[in-house]
Design a protein around this ligand. Structure first.
Ligand code: GLU
Length: 505
């Protein structure tokens, strides 16, 4: 094996990148960085029918947003390109033919209808039709036909596929970094199609040829590719190439119930299964993305890192840099990883608390702009400082602090009923007088004055503080009331109390 670690992420551009694909990319990235290796992006677009416009850009933007850009790939040519399989078509034909020459593959001319008939026939007898050693000598291929017949068909442009000739009566020994050693009896395998008559390779051939030519040392991919591992081993052997190491990542499971996490689970439970928002070019349908839903990429990356891996310590918060040090393929679990949308929120809460307040101020300004509110940066910054601990998303700054910018437009009925009693109007009018007398409208001073006034009246604090909160905020929530009063200022505070007196009673 070449000494430099080289891994690849090899998505097919058939739509938006599922969050599971992002995890595969992340683990590849982490492994590459840990070993000072290269992280290659290869676009597996041999299936033209499933090609979706914009999907490749989406994949690249997703990796960049997560902070895990590829070192080598489309647009980052490092001598192993092209990195799109559709641009490598000619290479695959040559390798398919090599396998035929070496007796490891053969032309098969069976039509779709013929194969269907075989399938039906087997079904009727309670059997399953598998194209392999068992029957290949009886089917229409270059193993059963004479050389001349084969040449005639090829010359006559008869449609064909090239199939791999799986060995008979052999036990294959497969290795997986995560799953350990496995044994497979080759007699249960079918002779997979490697090349189609439309001139395109299938996934198996293109994938193996490219991994070899791109000098990939470790193949890290989803568990759904485990059933292909035996064929891939046999292909390496047939070509006389050394196989890379393989690691198959566990499935990502639904938060509840059984089975794989699906797009529908996200829609049903209200969480995204895609990193970025995606607008389907055909249906126009939009799917939610973590970025647009207000998540920080740090939170998504931290959540994904733990979806199938753990460091073996108590530490739960890992930024990318730390992950690249701590990550070990051997610590990836075998069993499926249950997706927990609440955990992502928990990480988000953590990372927003760590975020720089200047940056949050900038982001909050965008939210305010949407509300058509213009406010001084300094003021917005002060609000951010004050209510940061209450937010999980930047949007929450508005929900948790709108009253710093606008007077309440309504009063929470339950709260105002609880706060506003018979004598409240009178008390609030008196409070206005107390406030009017304050020259310095500063929280601590206000607190002292209002407190001693309440004490002098020998009434409970709640009788004043609750209605005051209703007047300033519109509900019984929010941070320190004196701070709110200080922030909105004397005139506005008094105005809000007056409005509440008029509106509530
Ligand atoms: N193109 C395959 C996919 O879409 C790549 C599988 C592999 O990594 O070998 O997942």
């Amino acid at each position: 094996m070449s000494s430099k670690v080289r891994v690849r992420f090899a998505p097919s551009p058939t739509g938006p990148l599922h969050i599971g694909g992002v995890r595969t990319a992340l683990y590849n990235y982490l492994f590459a960085k840990k070993h000072n290796g290269d992280f290659v992006l290869r676009i597996e677009d041999t299936d033209q029918n499933r090609f979706v416009e914009g999907a490749e850009d989406y994949i690249i933007e997703s990796l960049n947003w997560c902070g895990i850009p590829y070192d080598e790939g489309p647009g980052k040519e490092k001598g192993f390109g092209p990195y799109r399989q559709s641009e490598r078509k000619d290479i695959y034909r040559e390798y398919a033919e090599k396998l035929i020459e070496s007796g490891n593959a053969y032309y098969a001319f069976d039509t779709a209808d013929e194969l269907d008939a075989h399938r039906k026939d087997h079904e009727e007898k309670g059997k399953t039709f598998i194209y392999n050693w068992h029957n290949r000598e009886k089917l229409k291929n270059s193993l059963s036909l004479s050389k001349e017949e084969v040449q005639e068909k090829l010359d006559g442009d008869e449609p064909y596929v090239i199939r791999f000739k799986s060995p008979k009566d052999e036990i294959l020994h497969l290795k997986d970094v995560i799953r350990g050693d496995m044994e497979i009896d080759t007699n249960i395998l079918d002779d997979k199609v490697l090349f189609k008559s439309d001139g395109m390779p299938t996934y198996h051939l293109a994938n193996i040829v490219d991994d070899h030519l791109m000098e990939i040392t470790h193949v890290i991919r989803g568990e759904e590719w485990l059933p292909s591992l035996a064929l891939h081993y046999m292909l390496y052997r047939a070509f006389g190439w050394e196989a890379p190491e393989f690691a198959h990542l566990p499935l990502i499971l639904k938060p509840q119930g059984k089975g794989k996490l699906s797009k529908r689970d996200g829609e049903k439970m209200g969480f995204p299964v895609f990193p970025l928002e995606w607008k389907d070019p055909k249906s126009g349908e939009t799917s939610a993305g973590y970025r647009e839903d207000g998540y920080f990429s740090e939170a998504v990356v931290n959540m994904l890192a733990f979806l199938g891996w753990n460091p073996g310590t108590e530490q739960e918060f890992f930024e990318l840099e730390e992950l690249t040090k701590a990550f070990e393929l051997e610590r990836v679990h075998k069993g499926g990883a249950k997706f927990d949308p609440e955990k992502t929120k928990w990480f988000q809460q953590h990372y927003i608390q760590l975020a720089d307040n200047d940056l949050l101020t900038e982001e909050f300004q965008k939210v305010l702009k949407k509300q058509e509110i213009e406010a001084e940066t300094e003021y917005v910054h002060a609000v951010v400082d004050l209510i940061k601990e209450r937010v999980v998303f930047v949007e929450d700054f508005w929900d948790q602090g709108y009253f710093f910018f606008i007077a309440p437009t309504s009063y929470e009925p339950k709260d105002s009923k609880k706060a506003w009693k018979e004598d409240t109007n009178e008390l609030m009018s008196e409070l206005i007088e107390v406030l009017k007398a304050q020259d310095e409208f500063e929280a601590e001073k206000l607190q002292n004055e209002v407190k001693s006034w309440i004490k002098s009246k020998e009434i409970g604090f709640g009788k004043v503080m609750m209605p005051l909160r209703i007047a300033l905020v519109g509900a019984l929530q929010g941070p320190d009331l004196y701070k709110i009063a200080e922030f909105v200022g004397k005139k506005e505070t008094i105005k809000r109390i007056e409005t509440a007196i008029e509106t509530i009673h």
